[in-house]
Design a protein. Structure first.
Length: 252
């Protein structure tokens, strides 16, 4: 008998391919992709999502094509087995979680109890300062990436520069009253390679709540701690803000 039937495994593969393609495009469309990947990879991720949708469509068309069932299912390369069922189940569970659960930005819990003091930025004594009047921008440096790039060039000549940075309120042992560390995570490609960077904020009358996003305005200064010349921001304003659209710092 030469009956005809659908190919279940190909239809499942089609659903998974199309589902992951849809998930990628959904994250891009809703602005959530920066919580997973560097925004510089957005064009590549968009292309990946479209290709996966097309592959899912092609696989679905192939799976809906009628085929002969004369052969034994034990000889059928498209027949389900326990290993395939487990693999597809795991992939399906990941896809479902990706669709239903909103991504979250790394917070202080990602430090796993490690003291942020180990990641507070300090001035590098090997950097030769440049004349402040030639290097200092007229406007306040806006956010952490610009501040890090600027101080990487000029070193302690940047002391006195006005800044406006955003980050998470963190905690650290041994700080003085009116101080708190500001936490950001730096990523190159994705959150898997994230590493924390900390800025000491001083001159704060009332410390904000832990894990609160704040915008700090102030000037760059230096504070001596255990032989290190730590970069500090002498705050003139600390204001709670909402989580930024791109919460991670990207190296320039």
């Amino acid at each position: 008998m030469n009956g005809r039937q659908l190919t279940p495994t190909r239809l499942v593969r089609a659903a998974l391919l199309a589902g992951f393609g849809f998930l990628i495009l959904k994250l891009l469309a809703t602005g959530q992709m920066p919580k997973y990947m560097s925004s510089s990879l957005d064009p590549l991720m968009a292309a990946t999502g479209l290709v996966m949708l097309l592959l899912g469509l092609a696989e679905g068309c192939a799976g809906r094509s009628a085929r002969s069932v004369a052969a034994s299912s034990t000889d059928d390369p498209d027949a389900f087995d326990a290993e395939q069922a487990l693999t597809y189940g795991l992939l399906g569970s990941m896809l479902l979680l990706g669709v239903l659960v909103a991504p979250r930005v790394l917070g202080t819990s990602a430090l796993a109890g490690e003291d942020l003091a180990n990641y507070l930025l300090a001035f590098d004594p090997r950097v030769t300062p440049v004349p402040a009047d030639a290097a200092r921008p007229d406007m306040p440096l806006d956010d952490v990436g610009n501040l890090m790039a600027y101080l990487g060039r000029v070193g302690e000549a940047g002391v006195g520069q006005r800044v406006r940075v955003t980050g998470l309120v963190s905690k650290s042992a041994g700080l003085r009253p009116g101080e708190f560390p500001l936490l950001r995570f730096l990523i190159v490609h994705c959150v898997a390679d994230a590493r924390p960077v900390g800025f000491l904020v001083v001159n704060v009358p009332d410390k904000p709540d832990l894990d609160q996003w704040v915008e700090v305005e102030g000037v760059v200064t230096v504070t001596e701690r255990q032989g290190d010349r730590l970069l500090a921001i002498e705050a003139t304003s600390v204001v709670p803000v909402t989580e930024p659209a791109d919460p991670y710092v990207h190296p320039s």
